[in-house]
Design a protein around this ligand. Structure first.
Ligand SMILES: Cc1ncc(COP(=O)(O)O)c(C=O)c1O
Length: 411
């Protein structure tokens, strides 16, 4: 085999399909955000960030930064190993307590990312529970899909948020087999919630366990940012909750929260927990602080939702097609990979507005979009200017406005 020819051919194919990814080099100095520094061709210039998942600006909160630096200076950088070898510190255990408390669960377990937490937990359940039948929403995140697929367990994919389809699949499955329903509370590429109450009812009816990814809702929804399961009062009906430290809490790392025995089981059997170095104590300390702040920061939650609603109203007023939700995520539909890249490129090149194009495999082919995120630090004038720039780019590229296009996303 000509290895080099293989790689070249595959990359060319990706480029021909419009699916090749390029990254912008952007630093976000604390004092400037939402303005940031872009580095290109050895030049530096100001841009404005519209696609960060640092939803509540916790990565730049002075108390979080101070706590992280203080720990770094006291303890040093690395954790020293896997949790089994020498990687458990008071910072890890207190963070796990806090996370368990946040989700009203008995216990929690840290992983190096929410991706690893999903992949490794589902792999372990699918591999170890004999005859487990898994039911997975068709728009579930790649980490959930990878965990299920790699486990080799029998998997039934239900149409997105379609409880009737889910139930029809459960009905035709061997009633004696153990079952697990895997879904998200807020789908990140559309900002649409799942029918969580209905899914929990169905799970009870068919004696299925439930696994809920709350990555995009933790910190942002529910009392004290406890997430959508708590907001909808079904937290005690969800067996395993997955979350991240990397979005509303502004750090990195992920976790699951569940009963004592589930956490002990995953801790004991999951390779993605056992065989990798634990997160840095300074990151755990920063996350601890961020959770404390976010729990009390009702004003930040109000602000991000107000900002999202202002932006949505402005986009609506100029008929730019967005997915209709009231979440903090704004998906502007373009439905073509080349045009999507073009819009993103013109926004940054002509107007200094940074919003990455989103295309396959992050979203299905033909449903390419800009995924715009506001934060509490974006002010009204930023939002007005962003919409004005998008309007210009939209007209410049003669893209269809809302009344002349049909949104192709199931709600
Ligand atoms: C729904 C969902 N689950 C899990 C993850 C993984 O999170 P992390 O970045 O902590 O690995 C993501 C990442 O964006 C996500 O969107």
């Amino acid at each position: 085999m000509k290895y080099s020819a293989f790689f070249k051919k595959e990359l060319k194919k990706l480029k021909d399909e419009g699916l090749y990814r390029s990254f912008r080099e952007i630093d976000r100095p604390i004092k400037k955000f939402p303005k940031a520094d872009e580095f290109k061709n050895n030049k530096e210039r100001d841009v404005e960030v519209w696609c960060s998942n640092d939803y509540l600006n916790m990565s730049q909160h002075p108390e979080v930064v101070n706590e992280t630096v203080k720990t770094l200076l006291e303890i040093g950088t690395g954790s020293g190993g896997t949790r089994n070898i020498s990687g458990t510190s008071s910072f890890h255990t207190s963070l796990e307590k806090k996370l368990a408390n946040l989700h009203n669960k008995e216990n929690a377990l840290l992983f190096s990312s929410a991706y690893t937490a999903n992949q490794s937990t589902l792999w372990t359940l699918g591999k170890k529970i004999k005859n487990l039948e898994i039911f997975s929403d068709e728009l579930n995140h790649a980490s959930l899909i990878q965990g299920i697929k790699n486990s080799g367990a029998s998997c039934h994919i239900f149409q997105h948020n379609d409880v009737d389809h889910l139930e029809s699949l459960l009905e035709t499955t061997n009633p004696n087999h153990p079952k697990l329903i895997v879904f998200e509370s807020l789908y990140s590429m559309e900002g649409i919630r799942s029918p969580i109450i209905k899914i929990v009812e169905i799970a009870k009816k068919y004696n299925a366990m439930t696994y809920l990814d709350e990555v995009h809702s933790v910190g942002l929804y529910g009392e004290k940012g406890k997430g959508i399961a708590v907001e909808m009062k079904v937290d005690q009906d969800i067996d395993i909750i997955n979350g991240t430290l990397a979005k509303a809490f502004g750090q990195m790392g992920g976790y699951i929260a569940a009963s004592n025995e589930i956490i002990d089981y995953i801790r004991s059997f999951s390779p993605g927990f056992i065989f990798t170095t634990s997160i840095c104590p300074s990151i755990a300390a920063g996350a601890n602080k961020a959770i404390e702040i976010v729990s009390l920061a009702e004003q930040l939650r109000i602000k991000i939702h107000d900002n999202a609603s202002t932006m949505r109203q402005l986009l609506e007023s100029i008929a730019i097609p967005c997915i209709d939700t009231n979440s903090h995520i704004i998906a502007v539909m373009i439905n073509d990979p080349f045009l999507c890249k073009k819009v993103s490129e013109k926004l940054i090149e002509d107007h200094g507005i940074y919003a990455q194009p989103i295309f396959y495999p992050t979203v299905p082919k033909g449903l390419e979009r800009l995924r715009i995120t506001v934060t509490p630090k974006h002010r009204k004038e930023h939002i007005e200017n962003m919409v004005k720039c998008l309007d210009k780019v939209w007209s410049n590229l003669s893209l269809p406005r809302k009344n002349s296009t049909q949104l192709q996303v199931n709600n």
